[in-house]
Design a protein around this ligand. Structure first.
Ligand SMILES: Nc1nc2c(ncn2[C@@H]2O[C@H](COP(=O)(O)OP(=O)(O)OP(=O)(O)O)[C@@H](O)[C@H]2O)c(=O)[nH]1
Ligand SMILES: [Zn+2]
Length: 202
């Protein structure tokens, strides 16, 4: 990522549209399509705009998302479950999607972040070329490094379309990854966190 790359207020990454459009046109030619036929004429521009949106996380900084905190009289774990994840597998550039569950223990001085910021954080790392393991650890590390959470647990469950619509073709299989940091590494605390995270209805 270059320093001058950033995401606009509309949630799009500033990309080199001309280059992206030329690349999409080339791909269409490579598969034997006619990029000048009516239905495809605007496709390179549409794909470039879509990519700018899908990869907007590359231009966002977790420190900004977690910069606003507030004090609250709550020292126990806070969990947000079932945060929708849409990401792009960096190997095949096809989507993987599912949910993330994020739990954390507030900072030593009792500071928390807004609940929506946890979902924004998931989005920030999901909207990049990714692998699920890195997505999971990046979310956990950001909560430790930028918020100062005393403990973090992140569980991500996704279906990878590169395993469903191509390749091994196993639709419906889900990959589960987790990351635990700080106080949640303790076995008893982690077991409690897991039951909160995964809920009783599973
Ligand atoms: N660990 C991990 N692997 C992933 C993720 N997304 C996709 N993959 C895997 O990345 C691997 C890439 O394997 P390669 O052998 O280089 O590529 P390929 O020939 O297209 O592999 P197949 O998908 O088996 O056809 C595949 O096994 C994918 O299932 C992810 O988030 N984490
Ligand atoms: Zn893939």
């Amino acid at each position: 990522m270059t320093d001058d790359t950033h995401t606009t207020v509309e949630g799009r990454l500033d990309i080199d549209h001309e280059r992206a459009e030329a690349a999409v046109r080339e791909l269409l030619l490579a598969i034997g399509e006619d990029p000048d036929r009516e239905g495809l004429r605007e496709t390179p521009a549409r794909v470039a705009r879509a990519y700018a949106e899908i990869f907007a996380g590359l231009g966002m900084d977790a420190a900004d998302v977690l910069s606003k905190t507030f004090e609250i009289d709550h020292e126990e774990m806070i969990v947000v479950r079932d945060i929708e994840v849409y990401s792009m597998c960096e190997h095949h550039l096809v989507p993987f999607h599912g949910v993330a569950h994020v739990g954390y223990i507030p900072t030593k001085d009792g500071r928390v972040t807004g609940l929506s910021k946890l979902a924004r954080l998931v989005d920030l790392y999901a909207r990049r070329p990714q692998v699920q393991e890195r997505l999971t650890t990046q979310i956990a590390d950001a909560l430790v490094n930028h918020l100062g959470a005393q403990g973090v647990i992140v569980v991500v469950e996704c279906e990878h379309l590169c395993m469903s619509m191509r390749g091994v073709r196993k639709p419906g299989s889900r990959t589960i990854t987790s990351a635990v940091r700080g106080q949640l590494r303790d076995a008893a605390t982690r077991a409690e966190a897991m039951s909160l995270l995964l809920g009783g209805n599973r």
